[in-house]
Design a protein. Sequence first.
Lengths: 302, 303
Amino acid sequence: MTDVAGATGADKAPAPEPAAERRFSETLHFARRNPKLLIGSGIVLTLLFIGLIGPFFVGDDPNAYVGPQSEPPNGEYWLGTTSFGQDIWAQFVYGLRSTFLIGVFGGGVAFVIGTAIGFVAGYKGGIIDEVLNMITNVVLVLPAMVVLIVAVAYLDARGVFVQGLFIGLTSWPWAARAVRSQTLSLATRDFVDLARLSGRRTWRIITTEVAPNMSSYLVMTFILLFGSAILIAAGLDFIGLGPTNGVSLGLMLESAVAWSALQLQMWWWFIPPGLGITTLVGSLYILNVGLDEVFNPKLREL
Amino acid sequence: MLELDRVHKVYRVGAFGGGRLRAVRDVSLTVKPGEVVSLIGESGSGKSTIGKMVLGLFRPTSGRITVEGTDITTIKGFAARKEYYRKVQGVFQDPFSCFNPIFKADRVFEMIRSSYFPGVSDADWRDKVLAAVGTVRLDPENVLNKYPHQLSGGQLQRLLIARALLLDIKLLVADEIISMLDASTRIDVLNLLGDLKERGLGILFVTHDLSLGNYVSDTSVILRKGAIAEMGPTLRVFDNPLHPYSRHLLSCVPQLHRTWAEVDAELAANPPEDVTLPTVAEDDDSAPLLEAEEGHFVGIDQG
């Protein structure tokens, strides 16, 4: 980023009321009063904290057979044990960690591909737009889950990152379309032409002129991609195509079903991972709605 | 210096790009150093399109635009384009959309600095900016370090002119730069254009306002539906309009001391002598010009 006040470098007297600061404090003002944003981010951050810190307080191997079998929750095993004597709390905290990992990585890959294609297509227009839009539409109509099942089933060793990569490669199209449409309208503004007349390269115009104008939009796009990556990963894990080494909330659900936890009424085995995924993705969506209300003045409840 | 040779611009419109919109039709004109050429025309007459083609923002569909002998469509690559913009700059119509709303307004100067003057020291650059801001008769205290929404349209417009002056330009494309200004600052900007002309700048002055064109320019070009209706030295075009469209335009200029009825009656009493306008076949998209008197051309009548 260039120093915007550079032309007045010697002039250090601050403007009476800098608009960016005012806009920022105004955003903060509404952010602190928006219950959806507060609740959503509170839950997400709590879960993130558990996922980050929790594994340090349980054993190294969440799949180790440590205790009595099929124990309901008690003082020693907070969430009980599986029918093999694995600690469900340990599995849960490790699972949360890998769930966040897959969300950040899978969502991140999708975000990078989607925004890059959206920006280039929207800014360049013409034949480039046509081609990129065609690719986007093709990937958009592919049944992503089926492609993922086929692709993931052929992989021998599956880790969280490989899974995240495949999720990212299939879930970017709607982000690309959304970013493209925003870029289309921003790219016709005169300040983009003026930047071209100022001898700026295309990628700098995109990153310093177009993207900052839609920063809130980009944040929300990432949050939605993050949430959907978690859901897709859980779906893959549940049908047995999750990481072969390690543990995740989806894998916990899979083994709970595979070993008849439902029929044996071992609710402590399937409720925590199911609730974990639901709460996390649910709060991400609530957080997203809250952010939308904060950034978009028309949606603010006064 | 700037030369347009039979320039056409056709836009594709409609769902599958099947429709054609002829924005600029067979326009040839020249701008010499130290000359102001006014492009006068109604909305949609193609005048802004010509400006943007000269600035290299659009490509002409056919024809040549040359600046100092170089065909600008042959300017390829980032470095060459950057050098081109060192010589040719533009000021756009709407100052409010020329500034990125989330940054301070003087960022437009900073962009010029980082692109063209990376080696200049802070103090030197500040002097240069203050000089440019002074040239457009703005008070630096009032306009620097402010956000675009804190400044008026006139201030923003003059900042954009100051921005163009930071570079040692040869040609300025001024696209309706007066339309956003109030009457008192208008004359300042017009006089500023006069000063620039004295310095040897070529100015392509795009306007829809006949009186502004009359005030500032050496040569006037009246555009109609993308084609030149009349072109010639400003005095001749305004004293002796030959094309029916320019006559109509001039009769539409409000006059303080006469009513419309008086104007119409006078026009009916002394009908101007008709000139034969060049004609073209129905499917011919050229727009030939006829030299009615020395340096004074009339174009086709498009109804």
